[in-house]
Design a binder for this molecule. Structure first.
Ligand SMILES: NC(=O)c1ccc[n+]([C@@H]2O[C@H](COP(=O)([O-])OP(=O)(O)OC[C@H]3O[C@@H](n4cnc5c(N)ncnc54)[C@H](O)[C@@H]3O)[C@@H](O)[C@H]2O)c1
Length: 453
């Protein structure tokens, strides 16, 4: 099959590389000239495990190509994936300007019956807008060409995107025409070898499914963060509570880890967008509002603990931050908790020495330049260099390399032996034995009391 993917970001590039891997001819289109030039040279714009190999291999075999010209790509294609960004607008609703711009260009360029697939996360009703935008362009061309708009939301996880795409749990397809549904089944057949993965529904149901999935996961996270705050005030260890409830198969262990808030390009914006969609129907979504509020507050839990410990004048304090990306396995720092914590501490005069295995390049591009210019935020070459002469360690992203650190080496080089564990990665008892004071999320364990001293 000849496929055109428009938007070569996390979703578009992974989608393109994976379809090429399964034997389709794929052209990835992006308006960002530099991104396309780099991709042609084999330089990827993002870090994603396994992606570089897939891109290189399929480029070499000629099944994966890159261009800035949708006109060029559309000459040999009759399936178009829209995978551009849908950032939040001022009121929190999804900004559809990029999606509709692409729809317009598709309408200007299609030659034959085409299937247009909304892969971007878009609110209910967007496929209808895409359809009328394309139709308007066809009318301007005075051409009659049949086409279908399909919703095929993407459920990949950054950090495991290639694997998720190649071995999906499910493929949600919203199609209002039998022809388009058949087309999509054929397209995804190589991904459904061991069982049928496609869940077929109508277009609006599919659009809603994506928002519901992300909002459900965000709700689980915010729920557990709320519980962690209650636990902390009751002197209860939330980690024991987590294990206690996760063992119930109706609840399960996934997405109930307390932490310092969810980030990334999806959960925050998708919860906001669903809130706005709901409001527009006249329904105030109280639960989703609370999920968002809890998350915003949760991002400040660590900085509050630090200020409580050291006071609000931190001008003579230096902290080490391990992890900048919003989660391990990715260099994506969009809406990351790290930015909120750094900002809070810098506002109190602190200096931060940070280390992240892959996200430091991105941080230098996206965090405020003044943080670096004024040496308020310093990126170090490795995790132990970052910890030297610091007053505390703040763990923000649970990268594997931070899981079992050399506490002895840390104790030898740190000024004060204090850990603020934003992901509850460490065993407080082990940390205490190594001579460190421990502050977790929902686990402020006072070992002095436990030991009866
Ligand atoms: N990142 C994720 O983990 C993830 C997962 C599932 C769904 N999604 C959804 O997928 C969509 C894309 O997300 P992303 O993270 O890949 O975004 P991204 O910002 O990484 O990439 C979007 C790309 O689209 C390009 N673009 C914008 N306008 C264009 C145009 N007119 N023509 C060609 N290219 C254009 C941009 O230059 C950019 O490279 C969003 O709706 C997002 O919510 C993202």
């Amino acid at each position: 099959m000849n496929i055109t993917i428009i938007g070569t970001g996390y979703v578009g590039l992974v989608t393109g590389a994976c379809f090429a891997e399964m034997g389709s001819n794929v052209t990835c289109v992006d308006i960002d000239k530099e991104k396309i030039e780099n991709l042609k040279k084999g330089i990827l714009p993002i870090y994603e495990p396994g992606l570089e190999n897939l891109v290189m291999q399929n480029c070499k075999e000629g099944t994966l190509n890159f261009t800035t010209s949708l006109e060029q790509a559309s000459k040999k294609s009759n399936i178009f994936f829209i995978a551009v960004g849908t950032p939040p607008g001022e009121d929190g609703s999804a900004d559809l300007q990029y999606v509709l711009q692409v729809a317009k260009e598709i309408g200007q360029n299609i030659k034959d019956y085409s299937v247009i697939v909304d892969k971007s996360t878009v609110p209910v009703g967007t496929a209808g807008k895409v359809k009328s935008t394309i139709q308007t362009e066809l009318d301007k061309r005075k051409t009659k060409i049949d086409f279908d708009v399909v919703s095929n939301p993407e459920f990949l996880k950054e950090g495991a995107a290639v694997n998720d795409f190649l071995k999906p749990d499910r493929i949600v397809v919203g199609a209002d025409s039998k022809t388009a549904a058949k087309f999509m089944k054929r397209l995804y057949a190589p991904f459904s070898r061991n069982r049928e993965k496609i869940i077929l529904m109508n277009v609006r149901d599919a659009e809603m499914t994506k928002y519901t999935a992300n909002s459900m996961l965000a709700t689980k996270i915010s729920f557990m963060n709320e519980i962690s705050n209650i636990c902390e005030r009751l002197g209860v260890d939330v980690e024991n509570v987590r294990k206690g409830i996760g063992s119930d198969s109706r609840i399960g262990y996934s997405f109930i880890y307390p932490g310092c808030g969810y980030g990334g390009s999806c959960f925050p914006k998708d919860v906001k967008a669903l809130i706005e969609t709901s409001r527009r129907t006249g329904f105030e979504p109280d639960l989703l509002n609370a999920v968002e509020t809890r998350n915003n507050l949760q991002k400040q839990v660590l900085s509050s603990k630090i200020i409580k410990k050291f006071g609000s004048d931190l001008s003579d304090k230096t902290f080490c931050m391990w992890g900048l990306s919003f989660k391990p396995g990715t260099d994506d720092i969009r809406e990351a908790s790290s930015a909120v914590i750094i900002n809070d501490l810098i506002n109190c005069g602190a200096t931060i020495k940070a280390y992240d295995p892959v996200a430091m390049i991105q941080a230098k591009k996206e965090f405020p330049a003044t943080w670096f210019e004024k040496n308020q935020l310093i990126c170090e070459k490795n995790q132990y260099q970052a910890i030297e002469n610091t007053d505390a360690l703040i763990l923000v992203t649970e990268w594997k390399t931070f899981r079992q650190p050399d506490f002895q080496l840390m104790a030898d080089t740190m000024k004060k032996l204090i850990i603020f564990d934003g992901r509850n990665q460490y065993d407080p008892e082990e940390v205490d034995e190594a001579g460190f004071e421990y502050h977790g999320i929902g686990r402020e364990i006072d070992f002095k009391i436990d030991k009866g001293s």
